[in-house]
Design a protein around this ligand. Structure first.
Ligand code: FE2
Length: 180
């Protein structure tokens, strides 16, 4: 399987936007930690997170995003369930596996957590689970972070607080790497 370094080199070659790269690395960290929690494959879940927006340097067309990325990953020989999760996270098909459910929820929560850090001196260390939970309720704060998709953590038998705690801890481990 592709290593973390290989995956990051790959997305850097495809996606010019550094914020997007940081987003993908953040989702990868959350996914890796979630996999451990659910006795799944941490390497595979991390890769799914890191690669999930790989096509955004090429297209931001909602009709294409996700499908294009998944087709590239398929050509590279990535596992079918990774490709399916990448397709499904962009709204094509249903998120019916733990991997795809985790991806769609982690994708949105990472955005909310980053927004929380940006208003706390750009430091994740200044963000607590309570900060995130409070901001979650403020619909206009980081409005792009889809609260319903974040709440789909309940499909994984996680409470919102558990999901936030796990994700925040995961993101803190890579904070310097993503400039937070
Ligand atoms: Fe994303």
């Amino acid at each position: 399987m592709m290593s973390r370094e290989q995956a990051i080199t790959l997305i850097r070659s495809k996606v010019p936007n550094r914020n997007l790269i940081n987003h993908m690395i953040a989702v990868g960290a959350i996914m890796e930690t979630l996999a451990s929690r659910f006795q799944q494959d941490p390497g595979k879940w991390m890769l799914t997170g890191i690669l999930h927006d790989i096509d955004l340097g090429e297209t931001d067309d909602p009709a294409v995003h996700g499908k294009l990325g998944a087709s590239w990953l398929k050509e590279m020989g990535m596992d079918r369930d990774i490709c399916d999760a990448v397709t499904a996270h962009a709204g094509h098909g249903t998120c019916d596996t733990p991997l795809s459910k985790a991806l769609i929820a982690a994708d949105q929560l990472s955005g909310l957590v980053v927004a929380c850090a940006l208003v706390k001196d750009r430091k994740l260390d200044n963000v607590t689970p309570d900060t995130v939970l409070k901001r979650f309720k403020e619909k206009r704060f980081a409005a792009g972070a889809d609260r319903n998709k974040i709440m789909s953590c309940s499909d994984l038998d996680l409470t919102l607080r558990e999901f936030v705690e796990i994700s925040l801890d995961a993101m803190k481990t890579i904070a310097p790497e993503i400039g937070l």
